[in-house]
Design a protein around this ligand. Structure first.
Ligand code: TTP
Ligand code: MG
Length: 404
């Protein structure tokens, strides 16, 4: 499925909120951060009228006063800005449930599933802008592209009160002429080094031979060049997006029978994979957790080349990890499975990795349907043991409510 990711950033946010509350401030150079008499302190934001004089965020107020002596200086009122921010968020959530607030005036929205309802990107952006205008009178800028990276760069290019849509496949061409400073992750140090190779634009970086780049940046060269080509798969993460899904079992008596342990593990893997699919997610990192007699706990992790939500692939990884856990002679008190590096399931509607996985996903989909109706115990693969033979099962569905 084509991903369509919207990025929205409010224009001169704090200043715009103040201008709405006091219309006499509109069209004037307004600087938020402190009164004119405040000697210390920095500019939080400046209206676009004040920016014409060179005033910008994080600039010392003293400098701003020198550049724009006739400007209107105000201390900020965060409660007001938070209120406006929440109103905008509610509007975004009415367009798609997948909303990731990135700062007080900025958010990502996965609008892939909203295309048909609204009639495409342009209609979605127009709808959001109209509702924000009607309900808050605030100006904003919107970009829609296949990923967060490109959309984030693009909003900055079309500010203020802008809108841009970048079609699938156009990402690299769009970024090509932009200066390297526009690429997140290409800081002053990186740019200085790349400057020695004649790299000035994002396109220059995209075109640099990967060998050259690797000599300078080591393994991180690949990620850097992928970003320069506008490639990014990071999902839009909502507050309810799980960061990891895990299940573990503690045994009544410490177990030394690895055939039995393996069967328990398969069962736990099936449970975690089921939860994973319920969330519409897939995993890239599978961890086996073992607590031995005496409470010593070890984890063994493996990162996959491609994300998956398929039972057999997750179980396959666990089978690879098992010999490491077995190497220790001690009996086992607890065994568990954790799935991390989660992302939204991109494969569900797309062919990948040949026919077999495709077929498996189909099978699992119908299995999940039956399980959903009759409970998990209805269908199990031959190698797993039922829940009744275990003492306790703990589940985790961890959520991280922190900033992205
Ligand atoms: P930004 O979106 O970076 O800036 P902006 O909305 O004022 O202007 P633009 O039109 O370029 O998006 O930040 C949002 C708000 O966060 C901003 O209004 C004030 C606050 N802020 C600070 O307090 N200090 C800072 O250094 C920055 C960058 C922002
Ligand atoms: Mg902003």
């Amino acid at each position: 499925m084509n991903r369509r990711i919207l990025h929205i950033d409010m224009d001169a946010f704090f200043a715009s909120v103040e201008q709405v509350l006091d219309p006499s401030l509109r069209g004037k150079p307004l600087i938020i951060g402190g009164e004119k008499t405040d000697l210390r302190g920095v500019v939080s934001t400046a209206s676009y009228e004040a920016r014409k004089f060179g005033v910008h965020s994080a600039m010392p107020l003293a400098t701003a006063k020198r550049l724009c002596p006739h400007g209107i200086f105000m201390r900020g009122n965060h409660a007001r800005y938070r209120k406006a921010s929440l109103k905008v968020r509610a509007i975004l959530e009415s367009v798609s449930p997948i909303v990731e607030p990135a700062s007080i005036d900025e958010a990502y929205v996965d609008v892939s599933g909203s295309q048909r309802l609204f009639g495409g990107d342009d209609a979605i952006a127009a709808h959001i802008k109209k509702r924000i205008r009607e309900e808050t009178s605030l100006p904003c800028t919107i970009a829609i592209s296949p990923n967060k990276l490109v959309s984030k760069i693009a909003t900055d290019q079309v500010k203020p009160d802008g809108y841009i849509c970048i079609a699938e496949g156009e990402e690299a061409a769009y970024l090509r002429p932009l200066p390297l400073s526009k690429l997140p992750g290409a800081g002053p140090r990186t740019r200085e080094v790349l400057g020695r190779y004649g790299v000035q634009t994002i396109g220059d970086l995209a075109a640099l031979p990967i060998g050259t780049l690797e000599n300078v940046f080591g393994p991180s060269a690949h990620g850097l060049q992928r970003r320069a080509r506008g490639e990014s798969s990071s999902p839009v993460e909502t507050d309810s997006t799980p960061k990891s899904i895990s299940r573990e079992t503690t045994f009544e008596q410490d177990l030394g029978d690895w055939d039995k342990l393996e069967r328990v593990l398969v069962y736990l893997a099936e449970r975690t994979a089921y939860t994973l699919r319920e969330h519409g997610m897939e995993t890239k990192c599978v961890t086996l957790k073992v607590r031995y007699t005496g409470f010593d706990t070890k984890t063994f992790a493996h990162t996959l080349d491609e994300s998956t939500s398929v039972d057999s692939e997750i179980i396959g990884v666990l089978h690879q990890l098992l010999p490491k856990a077995r190497a220790r002679r001690d009996k086992v008190r607890l065994i568990g499975v954790a799935l991390t590096s989660l992302s939204r399931n991109q494969h569900q509607l797309r062919l990948f990795g040949g026919q077999q996985s495709e077929k498996w996903e189909k099978v699992l989909e119908s299995v999940d349907k039956v399980r959903g109706r009759h409970g998990f115990e209805t269908i199990r693969t031959a190698k797993s043991v039922p829940r009744s033979s275990m003492r306790s099962e703990r589940t985790h569905d961890e959520r991280d409510n922190g900033a992205p």
